[in-house]
Design a binder for this molecule. Structure first.
Ligand SMILES: [Zn+2]
Length: 318
């Protein structure tokens, strides 16, 4: 049996709208791709893992020949309980992946023709959740660390964002309460390789306490020196793109409660800016829709759910 690897699925993914329309013309086309991404083409029972299964409910579910358990194509994934066909989801994935700057819920509502803003909003949050990977390699070997204040449109309040960036490479962002040593330590431990060489602007809380054994270079620069050769160029560049993106695509309307999800989306796109073709991004998003556990609209909007702000040891990943 030849099994497709994730790389095959990536390489295979349509790169233009025309290719996309042809490849995913029917619900069956999308389902076949989903089955390939989820089970390597051979669906298995969620209870006993038997692959002796047959299709029921118009192809949306498998029934196990051995134990009788029914496994929906979407159960246990981010698309669990969706009432919309894969074709519509794939379309949304393609739209969000092909636009370099991403889209707002309003854009998605218009493009997909959704009746309600709420639907578009919850779709976008699921897609955004699919843009976070949990197995990311820590940054290294040369890493810049900095902080930024974002938001505060129409008010004085700004939100603190911790930034770590490989010189000329990937970036990680975390919404934080403070930039004290303990918080910076958690951020560095989660994102920055233990032997990475770290450059900062000399803020006092970057020290042995927060950075541990990592070699640390604190470079205090004047504005003129920064114009000449910015020691934190990658961080500063990412921060200015981030601010522009929050103000542009999202019209500055990101609430603090959801800021981390937006930061994750930004980092996902930013870190794939050199990836050839949007196909790879779209394929990656679908792969993550498959492997990530369900989010319900209730968990998305529940106000009692703690804010994802970086303060209690969670890892921000992208
Ligand atoms: Zn079974």
């Amino acid at each position: 049996m030849t099994q497709h690897t994730q790389d095959d699925l990536w390489r295979d993914f349509p790169k233009t709208a025309t290719e996309f329309e042809a490849r995913f013309a029917t619900e069956a086309d999308c389902r076949a791709y989903w089955i390939e991404a989820r089970w390597g083409g051979k669906p298995a029972c969620a209870r006993c893992h038997s692959t002796r299964v047959w299709t029921i409910r118009e192809g949306t579910t498998f029934e196990c020949a051995d134990c009788g358990h029914q496994t929906s194509l979407t159960s246990g994934t981010l698309l669990e309980k969706t009432r919309k066909p894969f074709k519509v989801w794939f379309r949304a994935v393609f739209e969000i992946s092909t636009r370099r700057t991403g889209i707002s819920a309003k854009d998605l509502q218009r493009i997909m023709g959704f009746g309600s803003y709420k639907t578009a909003w919850s779709w976008l949050h699921k897609l955004r959740a699919a843009m976070v990977r949990s197995d990311s390699e820590p940054l290294g070997p040369f890493v810049e660390m900095d902080e930024a204040l974002v938001g505060g449109q129409g008010g004085p309040h700004k939100e603190l964002v911790l930034v770590a960036a490989e010189a000329g490479g990937r970036v990680r962002l975390a919404h934080a309460d403070t930039n004290d040593e303990a918080t910076l330590e958690r951020f560095a431990d989660g994102q920055v390789a233990a032997d990475a060489h770290v450059v900062t602007d000399g803020l006092a809380s970057y020290n042995e306490e927060s950075l541990g054994e990592r070699p640390h270079e604190a470079i205090v620069q004047s504005k003129a020196q920064r114009r000449e050769k910015d020691a934190l160029q990658t961080c500063h560049w990412a921060i200015s793109l981030l601010k522009r993106w929050l103000l542009g695509t999202h019209a500055g309307a990101v609430s603090p409660k959801h800021l981390q999800a937006y930061l994750d989306e930004f980092a996902f796109r930013h870190n794939r800016r050199k990836t050839k073709g949007v196909g790879r991004i779209a394929a990656r998003v679908i792969e993550q829709l498959v492997v990530r556990a369900p989010l319900t609209i209730r968990t998305l909007i529940d106000d009692t759910r703690p804010c994802r702000r970086f303060a209690s040891g969670q890892r921000a990943v992208a």
